[in-house]
Design a protein around this ligand. Sequence first.
Ligand code: AMP
Ligand code: MG
Length: 340
Amino acid sequence: MTVTVIIAEAVDEALLPFPASPDAHLTDPLTRATLRVQSHMLTATRAFLTARGFQELLPPIIGPVTDPGIRGSKQVDVDFYGHKYKMMTSAILYKQASLLAFDKIFYIAPNVRLEPLETAVTHRHLAEFHQIDVEIRDARREDAMALAEQLVSHVVGEVLATMPAELDLLGRDADALREVLVGAFGRVGHQQATAELIGLGHPQDPAAEIDWQAEEIVSARADRPFFITDYPKGSRGFYDKENAEQPGVLRNFDLIAPEGYGELASGSEREHDYATLVTRMRETGENPAKYGWYLDLARRGIPASSGFGIGLERFTRYVTGRQAAWQASAYPKLPGVVSA
Ligand code: AMP
Ligand code: MG
Protein backbone atom coordinates (compact mmCIF):
# COMPACT_ATOMS: atom_id res chain seq x y z
CA MET A 1 0.00 0.00 0.00
CA THR A 2 2.71 2.43 1.09
CA VAL A 3 4.77 1.57 -1.95
CA THR A 4 1.80 2.27 -4.20
CA VAL A 5 1.23 5.66 -2.62
CA ILE A 6 4.89 6.66 -2.93
CA ILE A 7 4.98 5.64 -6.54
CA ALA A 8 1.65 7.27 -7.31
CA GLU A 9 3.07 10.54 -5.95
CA ALA A 10 6.20 10.15 -8.04
CA VAL A 11 4.06 9.58 -11.10
CA ASP A 12 2.06 12.71 -10.30
CA GLU A 13 5.27 14.66 -9.98
CA ALA A 14 6.28 13.45 -13.41
CA LEU A 15 3.04 15.08 -14.62
CA LEU A 16 1.59 11.84 -15.79
CA PRO A 17 -1.64 11.14 -13.96
CA PHE A 18 -2.07 7.39 -14.04
CA PRO A 19 -5.79 6.79 -14.64
CA ALA A 20 -7.82 6.55 -11.47
CA SER A 21 -9.97 3.82 -13.00
CA PRO A 22 -9.94 1.50 -16.02
CA ASP A 23 -13.01 3.21 -17.49
CA ALA A 24 -11.37 6.66 -17.35
CA HIS A 25 -8.47 5.23 -19.34
CA LEU A 26 -10.43 3.07 -21.78
CA THR A 27 -12.95 5.76 -22.73
CA ASP A 28 -10.33 8.46 -23.20
CA PRO A 29 -10.36 9.38 -26.93
CA LEU A 30 -6.57 9.49 -26.85
CA THR A 31 -6.37 5.92 -25.52
CA ARG A 32 -8.74 4.76 -28.20
CA ALA A 33 -6.78 6.48 -30.97
CA THR A 34 -3.52 5.05 -29.59
CA LEU A 35 -4.94 1.52 -29.50
CA ARG A 36 -6.35 1.86 -33.03
CA VAL A 37 -2.88 2.81 -34.24
CA GLN A 38 -1.37 -0.09 -32.28
CA SER A 39 -3.80 -2.54 -33.84
CA HIS A 40 -2.85 -1.28 -37.28
CA MET A 41 0.84 -1.56 -36.40
CA LEU A 42 0.29 -5.23 -35.53
CA THR A 43 -1.58 -5.85 -38.78
CA ALA A 44 1.25 -4.20 -40.72
CA THR A 45 3.86 -6.20 -38.79
CA ARG A 46 2.14 -9.50 -39.53
CA ALA A 47 1.68 -8.61 -43.21
CA PHE A 48 5.32 -7.56 -43.55
CA LEU A 49 6.75 -10.64 -41.85
CA THR A 50 4.46 -13.28 -43.35
CA ALA A 51 5.10 -11.85 -46.84
CA ARG A 52 8.79 -12.58 -46.18
CA GLY A 53 8.21 -16.18 -45.21
CA PHE A 54 8.00 -15.80 -41.43
CA GLN A 55 5.83 -18.21 -39.50
CA GLU A 56 3.89 -16.72 -36.60
CA LEU A 57 3.91 -18.91 -33.50
CA LEU A 58 2.00 -18.40 -30.29
CA PRO A 59 4.49 -17.64 -27.54
CA PRO A 60 4.94 -19.55 -24.30
CA ILE A 61 3.62 -17.82 -21.16
CA ILE A 62 5.43 -19.87 -18.48
CA GLY A 63 8.41 -22.23 -18.35
CA PRO A 64 10.96 -23.79 -16.00
CA VAL A 65 13.35 -20.94 -16.85
CA THR A 66 13.12 -17.62 -18.62
CA ASP A 67 15.45 -14.92 -19.91
CA PRO A 68 17.79 -13.88 -17.10
CA GLY A 69 19.24 -10.91 -19.03
CA ILE A 70 16.78 -8.35 -17.74
CA ARG A 71 18.85 -5.69 -15.97
CA GLY A 72 17.56 -5.14 -12.46
CA SER A 73 14.04 -6.50 -12.80
CA LYS A 74 12.63 -9.54 -11.01
CA GLN A 75 11.08 -12.67 -12.45
CA VAL A 76 7.65 -13.87 -11.36
CA ASP A 77 7.32 -17.43 -10.03
CA VAL A 78 4.44 -19.72 -10.84
CA ASP A 79 3.71 -22.88 -8.84
CA PHE A 80 3.61 -25.55 -11.54
CA TYR A 81 2.41 -28.67 -9.72
CA GLY A 82 5.06 -28.20 -7.07
CA HIS A 83 7.78 -27.04 -9.51
CA LYS A 84 8.87 -23.44 -9.59
CA TYR A 85 8.13 -22.10 -13.08
CA LYS A 86 8.59 -18.53 -14.33
CA MET A 87 6.44 -16.12 -16.27
CA MET A 88 8.28 -15.25 -19.46
CA THR A 89 10.47 -12.17 -19.13
CA SER A 90 11.27 -12.86 -22.76
CA ALA A 91 10.89 -15.96 -24.89
CA ILE A 92 14.42 -15.88 -26.29
CA LEU A 93 15.21 -19.51 -25.39
CA TYR A 94 12.02 -20.69 -27.10
CA LYS A 95 12.73 -18.54 -30.15
CA GLN A 96 15.99 -20.40 -30.67
CA ALA A 97 14.26 -23.75 -30.18
CA SER A 98 11.48 -22.82 -32.67
CA LEU A 99 14.00 -22.73 -35.48
CA LEU A 100 14.08 -26.52 -35.35
CA ALA A 101 10.61 -26.32 -36.91
CA PHE A 102 10.75 -23.18 -39.08
CA ASP A 103 13.56 -21.06 -40.57
CA LYS A 104 11.96 -17.71 -39.74
CA ILE A 105 9.56 -17.17 -36.88
CA PHE A 106 7.88 -14.40 -34.93
CA TYR A 107 5.68 -14.02 -31.87
CA ILE A 108 3.66 -11.18 -30.48
CA ALA A 109 4.72 -12.17 -26.99
CA PRO A 110 3.57 -10.98 -23.57
CA ASN A 111 6.32 -10.48 -20.98
CA VAL A 112 6.16 -9.91 -17.23
CA ARG A 113 9.04 -8.22 -15.43
CA LEU A 114 8.86 -6.73 -11.96
CA GLU A 115 10.90 -3.68 -12.84
CA PRO A 116 12.52 -1.63 -10.06
CA LEU A 117 10.12 0.86 -8.47
CA GLU A 118 12.11 3.85 -9.66
CA THR A 119 11.38 2.92 -13.28
CA ALA A 120 7.69 3.76 -12.81
CA VAL A 121 8.52 7.32 -13.83
CA THR A 122 10.79 6.65 -16.83
CA HIS A 123 7.77 6.75 -19.18
CA ARG A 124 9.18 3.57 -20.71
CA HIS A 125 8.89 0.74 -18.19
CA LEU A 126 5.84 -1.42 -17.67
CA ALA A 127 5.61 -4.52 -15.51
CA GLU A 128 3.66 -6.24 -18.29
CA PHE A 129 4.39 -5.50 -21.93
CA HIS A 130 4.65 -7.19 -25.34
CA GLN A 131 7.42 -7.80 -27.80
CA ILE A 132 7.36 -8.25 -31.53
CA ASP A 133 9.81 -11.13 -31.25
CA VAL A 134 11.64 -12.22 -34.41
CA GLU A 135 14.23 -14.96 -35.00
CA ILE A 136 15.96 -15.98 -38.24
CA ARG A 137 17.86 -19.21 -38.72
CA ASP A 138 21.45 -19.00 -40.04
CA ALA A 139 21.29 -15.20 -40.08
CA ARG A 140 24.02 -12.78 -39.09
CA ARG A 141 23.54 -9.80 -36.83
CA GLU A 142 23.54 -7.50 -39.87
CA ASP A 143 20.62 -9.45 -41.39
CA ALA A 144 18.61 -8.98 -38.19
CA MET A 145 19.44 -5.27 -38.10
CA ALA A 146 18.41 -4.83 -41.74
CA LEU A 147 15.12 -6.62 -41.06
CA ALA A 148 14.40 -4.56 -37.93
CA GLU A 149 15.06 -1.39 -39.91
CA GLN A 150 12.78 -2.47 -42.76
CA LEU A 151 10.03 -3.62 -40.40
CA VAL A 152 10.01 -0.40 -38.38
CA SER A 153 10.05 1.68 -41.59
CA HIS A 154 7.22 -0.35 -43.09
CA VAL A 155 5.03 -0.06 -40.00
CA VAL A 156 5.66 3.67 -39.61
CA GLY A 157 5.02 4.19 -43.35
CA GLU A 158 1.70 2.32 -43.08
CA VAL A 159 0.52 4.40 -40.13
CA LEU A 160 1.56 7.65 -41.79
CA ALA A 161 -0.23 6.68 -45.00
CA THR A 162 -3.46 5.36 -43.51
CA MET A 163 -4.03 6.98 -40.10
CA PRO A 164 -3.48 10.74 -40.49
CA ALA A 165 -6.71 11.47 -38.57
CA GLU A 166 -5.53 9.49 -35.54
CA LEU A 167 -2.06 11.07 -35.63
CA ASP A 168 -3.71 14.47 -35.86
CA LEU A 169 -6.01 13.78 -32.90
CA LEU A 170 -3.01 12.57 -30.90
CA GLY A 171 -1.06 15.72 -31.81
CA ARG A 172 1.76 13.60 -33.24
CA ASP A 173 4.22 15.61 -35.32
CA ALA A 174 3.92 13.58 -38.53
CA ASP A 175 6.89 15.33 -40.13
CA ALA A 176 9.14 14.23 -37.28
CA LEU A 177 7.85 10.68 -37.65
CA ARG A 178 8.36 10.80 -41.42
CA GLU A 179 12.12 11.10 -40.72
CA VAL A 180 12.05 7.32 -40.23
CA LEU A 181 11.43 6.87 -43.94
CA VAL A 182 14.29 9.04 -45.18
CA GLY A 183 16.96 6.32 -45.48
CA ALA A 184 19.16 3.86 -43.62
CA PHE A 185 19.34 4.14 -39.84
CA GLY A 186 22.64 5.34 -38.35
CA ARG A 187 24.96 3.04 -36.41
CA VAL A 188 27.23 3.80 -33.52
CA GLY A 189 29.37 1.42 -31.47
CA HIS A 190 28.84 1.09 -27.72
CA GLN A 191 32.34 2.44 -27.09
CA GLN A 192 31.69 5.60 -29.09
CA ALA A 193 28.25 6.06 -27.54
CA THR A 194 29.83 5.74 -24.09
CA ALA A 195 32.54 8.29 -24.94
CA GLU A 196 29.88 10.73 -26.18
CA LEU A 197 27.82 10.27 -23.03
CA ILE A 198 30.83 10.87 -20.80
CA GLY A 199 31.60 13.96 -22.89
CA LEU A 200 28.07 15.15 -22.18
CA GLY A 201 28.64 14.72 -18.45
CA HIS A 202 26.74 11.45 -18.00
CA PRO A 203 28.74 8.88 -16.01
CA GLN A 204 28.14 5.95 -18.38
CA ASP A 205 30.08 2.84 -17.36
CA PRO A 206 32.01 1.57 -20.44
CA ALA A 207 31.58 -2.02 -19.25
CA ALA A 208 27.82 -1.84 -18.82
CA GLU A 209 24.54 -1.67 -20.69
CA ILE A 210 23.60 1.92 -21.66
CA ASP A 211 21.49 2.86 -18.63
CA TRP A 212 18.00 4.24 -19.09
CA GLN A 213 18.92 7.84 -18.37
CA ALA A 214 21.73 7.62 -20.93
CA GLU A 215 19.39 6.04 -23.43
CA GLU A 216 17.07 9.03 -23.11
CA ILE A 217 19.98 11.45 -23.55
CA VAL A 218 21.25 9.87 -26.78
CA SER A 219 17.69 9.44 -28.02
CA ALA A 220 16.80 13.11 -27.40
CA ARG A 221 19.81 14.19 -29.48
CA ALA A 222 18.69 12.17 -32.52
CA ASP A 223 16.01 12.96 -35.07
CA ARG A 224 16.05 9.53 -36.71
CA PRO A 225 16.16 6.01 -35.25
CA PHE A 226 19.68 4.59 -34.94
CA PHE A 227 21.46 1.46 -33.79
CA ILE A 228 23.95 1.07 -30.96
CA THR A 229 26.07 -2.04 -31.57
CA ASP A 230 28.76 -4.12 -29.87
CA TYR A 231 27.82 -4.09 -26.20
CA PRO A 232 30.48 -5.42 -23.84
CA LYS A 233 30.29 -8.94 -22.54
CA GLY A 234 28.85 -8.86 -19.05
CA SER A 235 26.23 -6.28 -19.96
CA ARG A 236 23.90 -8.78 -21.65
CA GLY A 237 22.52 -12.31 -21.44
CA PHE A 238 24.53 -15.48 -22.13
CA TYR A 239 22.79 -15.97 -25.49
CA ASP A 240 24.30 -12.88 -27.15
CA LYS A 241 27.20 -14.23 -29.22
CA GLU A 242 30.69 -13.02 -28.47
CA ASN A 243 32.68 -11.66 -31.41
CA ALA A 244 35.41 -14.20 -32.24
CA GLU A 245 37.64 -11.42 -33.60
CA GLN A 246 36.99 -9.08 -30.70
CA PRO A 247 36.82 -11.04 -27.46
CA GLY A 248 34.75 -9.27 -24.83
CA VAL A 249 32.51 -7.65 -27.43
CA LEU A 250 29.07 -9.05 -28.24
CA ARG A 251 27.52 -9.24 -31.70
CA ASN A 252 24.39 -7.45 -30.58
CA PHE A 253 22.51 -4.19 -31.04
CA ASP A 254 19.84 -1.90 -29.72
CA LEU A 255 17.55 0.19 -31.87
CA ILE A 256 17.05 3.64 -30.35
CA ALA A 257 14.12 5.85 -31.27
CA PRO A 258 14.75 9.59 -31.72
CA GLU A 259 13.06 12.53 -29.93
CA GLY A 260 13.82 11.15 -26.46
CA TYR A 261 11.62 8.05 -26.80
CA GLY A 262 14.57 5.78 -25.98
CA GLU A 263 15.20 2.10 -26.72
CA LEU A 264 12.77 0.40 -29.07
CA ALA A 265 14.43 -2.97 -29.59
CA SER A 266 17.32 -5.20 -28.63
CA GLY A 267 18.76 -7.98 -30.73
CA SER A 268 21.81 -10.09 -31.44
CA GLU A 269 23.48 -12.92 -33.18
CA ARG A 270 22.88 -15.85 -30.82
CA GLU A 271 25.20 -18.24 -29.09
CA HIS A 272 24.09 -21.80 -29.79
CA ASP A 273 27.16 -23.91 -29.07
CA TYR A 274 26.54 -26.12 -26.04
CA ALA A 275 29.94 -25.76 -24.33
CA THR A 276 30.07 -22.01 -24.93
CA LEU A 277 26.54 -21.59 -23.58
CA VAL A 278 27.50 -23.39 -20.38
CA THR A 279 30.61 -21.22 -19.98
CA ARG A 280 28.66 -18.04 -20.70
CA MET A 281 25.96 -19.04 -18.22
CA ARG A 282 28.58 -19.48 -15.53
CA GLU A 283 30.21 -16.18 -16.45
CA THR A 284 26.88 -14.37 -16.14
CA GLY A 285 26.15 -15.95 -12.75
CA GLU A 286 23.53 -18.38 -14.04
CA ASN A 287 23.41 -21.97 -12.83
CA PRO A 288 23.42 -24.23 -15.94
CA ALA A 289 21.55 -26.91 -13.97
CA LYS A 290 18.43 -24.71 -14.13
CA TYR A 291 18.45 -24.75 -17.93
CA GLY A 292 17.88 -28.48 -18.39
CA TRP A 293 15.61 -28.58 -21.43
CA TYR A 294 17.48 -25.79 -23.18
CA LEU A 295 20.94 -27.24 -22.66
CA ASP A 296 19.76 -30.74 -23.61
CA LEU A 297 18.53 -29.22 -26.84
CA ALA A 298 21.77 -27.30 -27.35
CA ARG A 299 23.74 -30.52 -26.86
CA ARG A 300 21.71 -32.14 -29.63
CA GLY A 301 22.01 -28.98 -31.76
CA ILE A 302 20.19 -25.66 -31.85
CA PRO A 303 20.42 -23.79 -35.19
CA ALA A 304 22.58 -20.68 -35.51
CA SER A 305 20.43 -17.57 -35.62
CA SER A 306 19.98 -13.86 -35.13
CA GLY A 307 16.93 -12.00 -34.00
CA PHE A 308 15.43 -9.13 -32.07
CA GLY A 309 12.52 -8.04 -29.93
CA ILE A 310 10.72 -4.73 -30.42
CA GLY A 311 8.81 -3.46 -27.39
CA LEU A 312 5.29 -3.00 -28.76
CA GLU A 313 4.08 -0.41 -26.22
CA ARG A 314 7.29 1.59 -26.66
CA PHE A 315 7.05 1.39 -30.43
CA THR A 316 3.40 2.49 -30.23
CA ARG A 317 4.31 5.34 -27.90
CA TYR A 318 6.91 6.54 -30.39
CA VAL A 319 4.58 6.31 -33.38
CA THR A 320 1.67 8.00 -31.59
CA GLY A 321 3.82 10.54 -29.74
CA ARG A 322 2.33 9.70 -26.34
CA GLN A 323 4.09 10.78 -23.16
CA ALA A 324 4.45 7.31 -21.68
CA ALA A 325 4.45 3.68 -22.74
CA TRP A 326 1.61 2.83 -20.33
CA GLN A 327 -0.67 5.01 -22.44
CA ALA A 328 -0.16 2.46 -25.23
CA SER A 329 -1.69 -0.34 -23.16
CA ALA A 330 -5.39 -0.99 -22.60
CA TYR A 331 -4.71 -2.38 -19.11
CA PRO A 332 -1.42 -0.81 -18.05
CA LYS A 333 0.67 -2.28 -15.26
CA LEU A 334 3.10 0.30 -13.94
CA PRO A 335 5.86 -0.94 -11.60
CA GLY A 336 4.59 -0.75 -8.04
CA VAL A 337 1.16 0.64 -8.88
CA VAL A 338 -1.82 -1.52 -7.99
CA SER A 339 -4.36 -1.08 -10.79
CA ALA A 340 -6.72 -3.06 -13.00
P1 AMP B 1 15.16 -6.39 -23.64
O1 AMP B 1 15.37 -7.82 -23.98
O2 AMP B 1 15.21 -6.08 -22.20
O3 AMP B 1 16.00 -5.47 -24.44
O4 AMP B 1 13.65 -6.11 -24.09
C1 AMP B 1 13.32 -6.07 -25.46
C2 AMP B 1 12.50 -4.84 -25.76
O5 AMP B 1 11.29 -4.89 -24.99
C3 AMP B 1 13.18 -3.54 -25.36
O6 AMP B 1 13.98 -3.05 -26.39
C4 AMP B 1 11.99 -2.64 -25.08
O7 AMP B 1 11.48 -2.08 -26.26
C5 AMP B 1 10.95 -3.59 -24.54
N1 AMP B 1 10.94 -3.59 -23.07
C6 AMP B 1 11.83 -4.15 -22.23
N2 AMP B 1 11.48 -3.97 -20.95
C7 AMP B 1 10.33 -3.27 -20.97
C8 AMP B 1 9.46 -2.78 -19.95
N3 AMP B 1 9.69 -2.99 -18.67
N4 AMP B 1 8.35 -2.11 -20.34
C9 AMP B 1 8.08 -1.90 -21.63
N5 AMP B 1 8.86 -2.35 -22.63
C10 AMP B 1 9.98 -3.02 -22.32
MG1 MG C 1 17.31 -4.03 -24.31
